[in-house]
Design a protein around this ligand. Structure first.
Ligand code: ADP
Ligand code: MG
Length: 262
């Protein structure tokens, strides 16, 4: 987590701007048929930054995350770089680069027929070529870190939603990603489980993980966020520090949106 100070372009803080750019989107546009889901997005996420993405339903937040991970292609003319490298189209290079980008979805997406432990070890074994013993050791340490080590032998359906989502975070971390994307990680959870997942995310932020977090959890945004990116109809309308965004939103649409969720 870096300290942010407001600056004219709404870009991240001065210190962050000098850091290595881990995610760079340049002129990123995405059409689904004739519908434009992302419109000329230009964003640079420096190492260690926690960027909160918020905006109304349908504004393009998930599409943005999915393009960063190449789950969606982008239109010709745009580019996405992860730690300086252009995202390849396919193949082994894509799998490698994707390993640099951990993703946690709203629906936990664990492999239903694998144990909790196997959910965390399968990626490192298959993609990183780790030996089973080492993958297991690392996975157990991660499960410990997110507080579910006791559940390692269970199947996903035996865990609560909050526990499953913490396993999903451990699974993503097992690939030693350079950046973590979270797409509304707590919005499918029962209210009493939201905080246990946010606590893990706050801890990650404090440890310096670079994070892009789609969330409407204002407490988290204020506590852990360095930057708020407000999207509407595929555009980035505001890009500033959390305090400025929540207290002085500039656009009518941002004011309306905040009026509805606060
Ligand atoms: P958000 O996550 O902000 O709610 P999304 O990124 O999911 O928004 O969607 C942005 C817009 O793109 C929506 O209008 C949605 O219907 C459209 N969209 C998303 N994915 C697809 C798809 N695979 N095919 C067609 N339209 C899509
Ligand atoms: Mg979404």
């Amino acid at each position: 987590m870096t300290q942010s100070t407001p600056c004219p372009e709404g870009a991240p803080s001065g210190t962050a701007a000098e850091k290595r750019a881990l995610v760079e989107l340049t002129n990123v546009t995405k059409h689904f048929g004739s519908f434009q889901a992302l419109s000329d997005i230009n964003l640079t996420i420096p190492e260690g930054q926690v960027a909160i993405v918020i905006g109304p339903s349908g504004s393009g937040k998930s599409t943005l995350c999915r393009t960063i991970n190449r789950l969606e292609t982008i239109d010709d003319g745009g580019s996405i770089r992860i730690d300086g490298k252009e995202l390849p189209e396919e193949g082994k290079a894509l799998a490698q680069l994707r390993a640099d980008v951990g993703m946690v979805f709203q629906s936990f997406n664990l492999f239903a027929h694998k144990s909790i432990l196997e959910n965390v070890t399968v990626g490192p074994i298959k993609v990183k070529g780790l030996k089973k013993a080492q993958a297991t050791e690392e996975a157990m340490a991660l499960l410990e870190r997110v507080g579910v080590a006791q559940q390692a032998k269970k199947m996903p359906a035996e865990l609560s939603g909050g526990q499953q989502q913490r396993v999903a975070i451990a699974r993503a971390l097992a690939m030693t990603p350079k950046v973590m994307l979270f797409d509304e990680p707590t919005s499918a959870l029962d209210p009493e489980m939201v905080q246990e997942v946010l606590d893990v995310m706050v801890q990650l932020a404090q440890e310096g993980m670079t994070m892009v977090v789609v969330t409407h959890e204002m407490g988290f945004a204020r506590q852990a966020g360095d930057r708020v990116i407000f999207m509407d109809e595929g555009f980035v309308l505001e890009d500033t520090d959390p305090e400025s965004f929540f207290t002085r939103p500039q656009h009518e649409r941002a004011k309306n949106f905040l009026g509805k969720i606060l």
